[in-house]
Design a protein around this ligand. Structure first.
Ligand SMILES: *[C@@H]1O[C@H](CO)[C@@H](O)[C@H](O)[C@H]1NC(C)=O
Ligand SMILES: *[C@@H]1O[C@H](CO)[C@@H](O)[C@H](O)[C@H]1NC(C)=O
Ligand SMILES: *[C@@H]1O[C@H](CO)[C@@H](O)[C@H](O)[C@H]1NC(C)=O
Ligand SMILES: *[C@@H]1O[C@H](CO)[C@@H](O)[C@H](O)[C@H]1NC(C)=O
Length: 398
């Protein structure tokens, strides 16, 4: 009634605006609910075996495809997967400052000079296990079990390999991934983390021995499957800073081994505040050489020289639904279209070599899903994916 007379228009504006707000807000809520329901339904569909079996068959039935899949009952996506870890912006800023300082050191300059000056032709295939047969850690295939520790396993693996290589096989460490997930909170935890921060921890706090009979053995259970779903990841054991009782060789402090120089090979950023408002570009070899926008074969060559001369490096890449069922060959997302929608999580592995098929380079990578997953625990991945995904490569020297 109020709206029937022009003179009273002002009074009707209030209920009209109110109605308007209710409609807008209400439909917003409704759309959000519909969106989440659609998303939930999509995840439910993907968490039943039928969807994944069809994807596995599609991979295997395509004669042009470069890799084969093997159905893995644990490779089903869980509708309840969330990955988050605490970030301490103060500590992350300090790590960033440290990485920049290390990158401008004389030791780093001489390292880069060795890479640039090395101009022998590189082989079409390389396997670090054959070049450094004395170093057992290179052949080690870990199983992360019920902990999202891939980043710690890959980085401590790289540190172990490089410590052995630099000592010419005199020391044979298997550095402790448990020390990292339990004691380095800025590195990450059992819901993920960052390999460059683990390598940085190696230079500042050092790494103790791990494996079964070292100072700090790996404690996550493997009973939840291979690979365990992130929905089953358990928090890391508390940090104890004491060696297990059967390890009598050293105290925890004396057992620490230190790296001297760690660095990023391929340009990447680091998220400082956890929400992405503060991101820093880390110094990198390829960035420094000004070839990051350039030519893929030049970029691959820098990484190859690093592997060939100094040993393994880490690789970070998006693990898609079909990747969990990899059996052999050169992996790339299948189908290539819409791969982002199939990412289960970002994953980290340890690159120990490369191959070349039809002029395309692939990296030979040790995964952390145990020796019965994939190709005896390893996989090959198309190196050109660097162009789509900006795969991260990191390492350090002793
Ligand atoms: C972040 O790290 C700094 C330096 O180690 C420490 O003083 C501070 O208490 C930490 N903040 C939080 C919220 O943990
Ligand atoms: C390769 O490097 C060596 C020394 O590092 C240098 O003497 C030689 O000229 C270089 N060759 C080419 C083709 O750049
Ligand atoms: C890369 O480019 C920057 C700025 O253009 C320059 O300062 C630097 O010297 C270049 N580095 C190399 C290795 O050429
Ligand atoms: C990329 O670099 C390689 C080696 O430096 C060179 O042979 C090749 O011609 C370059 N390709 C392009 C497209 O620039």
């Amino acid at each position: 009634m109020c709206c029937s007379s022009g003179r009273q228009r002002a009074c009707c504006a209030v209920p009209l605006v109110f109605l308007f707000v209710v409609i807008i807000f209400g439909s917003g809520v409704l759309l959000t609910i519909i969106y989440w329901n659609v998303k939930e339904a999509e995840l439910q569909r993907k968490s039943d075996g039928i969807y994944i079996r069809a994807l596995v068959d599609a991979v295997n039935n395509d004669p042009m495809n470069t890799w084969k899949a093997r159905w893995n009952p644990f490779g089903i996506r869980s509708p309840k997967e969330s990955v988050s870890f605490n970030r301490n912006a103060t500590e992350l800023r300090a790590i960033n400052a440290d990485l920049n300082k290390m990158f401008s050191s004389d030791e780093m300059k001489s390292h880069i000079k060795q890479l640039v000056d090395f101009n022998d032709s590189l082989p079409s295939h390389f396997d670090a296990r054959e070049k450094w047969p004395l170093c057992r850690s290179i052949r080690n295939v870990p199983n992360q079990g019920g902990c999202g520790s891939c980043y710690a396993i890959a980085a401590t693996g790289v540190a172990s390999d490089r410590a052995c290589i630099a000592s010419n096989g005199k020391i044979q460490p298997f550095f402790s991934e448990q020390d990292v997930v339990s004691c380095c909170s800025v590195c990450g935890d059992c819901s993920g983390g960052d390999p460059i921060r683990v390598l940085h921890y190696w230079t500042t706090q050092g790494l103790v021995t791990g494996n079964r009979d070292g100072c700090t053995p790996y404690s996550a259970s493997v009973q939840c499957g291979t690979p365990c779903s992130p929905a089953n990841f358990k928090p890391a054991a508390a940090c104890s800073r004491q060696c297990q009782s059967i390890y009598s060789r050293n105290s925890y402090e004396k057992d620490k081994n230190f790296g001297s120089l760690v660095y990023t090979i391929y340009p990447r950023t680091m998220n400082i505040d956890g929400v992405g408002n503060e991101r820093v570009l880390l110094p990198s070899i390829i960035g420094h050489l000004n070839i990051s926008n350039g030519n893929l074969s030049e970029i691959h060559n820098v990484i190859k020289k690093e592997l060939f001369l100094f040993g393994p490096v880490t690789i970070a890449f998006p693990a898609t639904e079909e990747f969990l069922h990899y059996a052999e060959g050169v992996y790339h997302p299948y189908p290539r279209e819409d791969d982002a929608s199939r990412i289960v999580y970002w994953h980290v592995g340890r690159v120990i070599g490369w191959g070349t098929e039809d002029d395309v380079t692939n990296w030979l990578v040790v995964n952390s899903f145990g020796q019965y997953w994939g190709d005896n625990g390893l996989f090959r991945i198309e190196a050109d994916l660097i162009e789509n995904w900006g795969l991260e490569f990191e390492t350090g020297v002793v």
